[in-house]
Design a protein around this ligand. Structure first.
Ligand code: ATP
Length: 422
């Protein structure tokens, strides 16, 4: 299903990958192990289309994916792949169900429709009653199960996980890993998991080891001893049998890797044209705070201003702004609300198409969304505006040029793909 041949990748002169072959089939789980700095994450990123290898090739269902445009790879990541990492995948401002629904909404599913399978997925993972909680109101294990629900809600062909239980205690980690393995098997999907933990590796069907960018030794076949240690939570998830309330989300096997892309999408590459990106203006209700107005120029970069716990806060004054995925842009924003558009690893991010924007001030109002075309079209892209009372809460997903292709309706404002009020 997913194969790679003779992958190489260099950063400077040092090879991070040096002629790696890889293959994984439906229902399989492969643990990628090796010392720190050996190339595990680089392999995962190349397989997942986050990074382009310098040479070699990657195929999904026989279709070459490493040569796809940035935008096509982004679409692929959002629709066929899922990602689970150790930290930081959930949007802190959104409740669990909206976090899980996000990948569907980024694909154009209206919020209300997307929330049904999202909540069903949360129920399936034992999180009934927690749908309205924000990540900060969940335990570490619960938050990781929400991230897992978000990964699985699109019924991915391949799940990529990088130390998915690294931040959890042993029992919780075992439970999350059990759910992940069960579900992947039930979905007939594939799991590629980077891990330092031999116990996790032992539960996978196969282990490969990387040293200095090369495959080392003979791949080990796992005994799968842990795989049946948990009640199967994924019952009824086999191909064609979506979970309750899932609105028959497609289980995508054997379909083209890049279906549904328009021809413009096939041409555009988000780093190719200069772009001005506005982080949007937010009138945060009673405060009237104006946010963002961040302009960034060049490459596929976007502006961001994210609360940085390490700097002591979540309000506008302690925002830390990071800019860009192209690295050649600078964003500046004023006011007491702050705009942000951050690559979200759990959504397969790293480029403008999978950016997630959050805007807000002290939790009064914020927008969250995808700057779908912010990096690709060279147009000024605004995430629209959120207006609401001080206690109001709204969120926006979408970029201007993608919105233009979508019908206006209750969920679709002129400048946004999705606009929700509550
Ligand atoms: N963006 C980058 N720029 C420069 N060097 C990089 C970059 N990403 C990775 N490297 C280098 O490539 C090599 C492989 O890194 P990689 O992150 O794949 O290792 P890893 O096996 O995942 O390590 P760890 O277990 O510590 O996460 C390392 O020497 C690393 O410093």
């Amino acid at each position: 299903m997913l194969t790679a041949r003779a992958l190489t990748k260099r950063f400077g002169t040092a090879p991070a990958l040096d002629g790696v072959d890889f293959t994984i089939g439906p229902g399989e789980s492969v643990a990628v192990t090796g010392p720190s700095g050996s190339g595990k994450s680089t392999l995962l990123h190349c397989l997942a289309g986050i990074m382009r290898p310098d040479s070699g090739e990657v195929r999904l269902f026989d279709e070459r994916i490493d040569t796809l445009s940035e935008r096509q790879r982004s679409h692929l990541r959002r629709t066929r792949f899922a990602f689970l990492f150790q930290f930081g995948q959930l949007l802190p401002e959104l409740p669990a169900d909206e976090n899980v629904a996000l990948p569907l909404m980024l694909g154009g599913t209206p919020r209300r429709t997307a929330l049904e399978p999202a909540r069903a997925e949360l129920r399936r993972l034992g999180l009934e009653g927690k749908e309205g909680r924000r990540p900060g109101e969940l335990s570490g294990g619960e938050a990781q199960r929400v991230a897992l629900a978000r990964a699985l809600v699109v019924r991915p062909a391949v799940v990529f996980a990088d130390e998915p239980t690294g931040a959890l205690d042993r029992a919780t980690g075992d439970q999350v890993m059990g759910i992940l393995l069960d579900t992947v098997r039930e979905l007939d999907a594939a799991l590629v998991v980077v891990t330092h933990d031999p116990r996790i590796a032992a539960r996978c069907t196969r282990t490969i080891e990387i040293r200095d960018g090369r495959l080392s030794g003979t791949p080990r076949t796992g005994d799968g001893e842990g795989e049946s240690a948990h009640e199967p939570v994924a019952a009824g998830l086999r191909a064609g049998s979506a979970p309750q309330g899932a609105n028959a989300l497609p289980v995508r096997h054997g379909t083209p890797a890049v279906d549904g892309l328009d021809s413009a999408g096939a041409q555009s590459d988000s780093g190719s044209s200069p772009v001005t990106f506005a982080a949007g203006s937010v009138a945060a209700g009673a405060q009237g705070a104006r946010g963002g107005d961040a302009a960034s120029g060049g490459g596929s970069a976007v502006g961001s201003a994210v609360p940085n716990p390490g700097l002591g806060g979540a309000d506008a004054e302690t925002q830390a702004r990071t800019v860009g995925c192209g690295g050649d842009a600078f964003a500046s924003g004023g006011g007491s609300a702050a705009g942000s558009a951050v690559p979200n690893a759990g959504l397969g991010g790293g480029d403008a198409v999978t950016q997630v924007r959050t805007v807000g001030r002290g939790g009064d109002a914020f927008a969250s969304g995808a700057a779908r075309d912010g990096g690709a079209s060279g147009v000024r892209s605004s995430g629209g505006s959120v207006r609401g009372p001080a206690k109001g809460f709204g969120w926006i997903a979408g970029g201007a040029s993608s919105a233009a292709r979508r019908p206006a309706g209750p969920d679709f404002g002129p400048e946004s793909v999705v606009e929700v009020w509550r």
